[in-house]
Ligand binder design. Structure first.
Ligand code: KIV
Length: 250
């Protein structure tokens, strides 16, 4: 069974996918040890690691650098990597750059948008592709912010059709970002491949989050849909303060 067949099979069995992001070796290794299904080297890298204001300036070389570190820490989970903004303007460019990601250790690549021809070429060349619809962070500048998708009938219809087209093009899974919960439920019921939601309600076939958001490591920015499971910024600061005090007292 290839990855796409595997994911379709597990969806049929009612399995729920848990996915998280990682950008470095220790995080990837800890996530792998906890039993996460898939680790994404996302272009959220720009925001949560590189301190950039959005994902647009992340380069393919940035992703490859972090992907290699993540790959070294993972022996069990699937590893996926984002094709960053501007690296898949044509299907051929997408293929050349997706090959660089698979050579660097990605089991699958993810790209944003309704691009069935790109996906078709990648999949027919043996590359597993994860689609990404709804709010597309690589378009945040032209959209002027992170807006929920699928509120109007027209937008909802277009998203459903795009989801079906990406499945037909060969995607093995589909990330739905900031999509109305009712619509993501509808899409999830109509697709054979798993949908993996972020800020899209609980009806998707799985969930993905940016790991620093989950762990409370970015106290200065928390997307409204994230319920952090820890507040690691506090013990982090306390440990550093304790270290400073000990050094000063010695
Ligand atoms: O870049 C990223 O981290 C992502 C997900 C959170 C879906 O694309």
């Amino acid at each position: 069974m290839n990855l796409a067949e595997n994911l379709v099979f597990s969806k049929k069995q009612g399995y729920r996918q848990s996915w998280l992001t990682a950008y470095d070796y220790p995080t990837a290794r800890l996530l792998d040890e906890t039993g996460i299904d898939l680790i994404l080297v996302g272009d959220s890298l720009g925001m949560v690691v590189l301190g950039q204001k959005d994902t647009i300036d992340v380069t393919l070389d940035d992703i490859i650098h972090h992907l290699k570190a993540v790959r070294r820490g993972v022996s069990r989970a699937l590893v996926a990597a984002d094709l960053p903004f501007g690296t898949y303007k044509t299907p051929d460019q997408a293929l050349a750059n997706a090959k660089r990601l698979t050579e660097a250790g990605a089991d699958a690549v993810k790209l944003e948008g309704h691009l069935p021809d790109h996906i078709n070429l990648l999949v027919s060349s043996g590359i597993e592709v994860i689609g990404h619809l709804g709010m597309l962070p690589q378009h945040v500048r032209e959209e002027g912010g992170y807006h929920r998708k699928g509120k109007t009938e027209t937008e909802a219809g277009a998203l459903l059709l795009a989801s079906l087209a990406l499945q037909s093009a060969g995607c093995c899974a589909l990330v739905l970002e900031l999509v109305e919960a009712g619509l993501s439920k509808d899409i999830s019921m109509k697709l054979d491949i798993p949908t993996v939601g972020i800020g899209s309600g609980t009806f998707c076939d799985g969930q993905i989050l940016v790991t620093p958001d989950l762990l409370g490591l970015q106290p200065w920015f928390r997307p409204s849909f994230v319920k952090p499971k820890a507040d690691l910024a506090t013990p982090f600061r306390n440990a550093v303060k304790e270290f400073i005090s000990e050094v000063q007292a010695s």
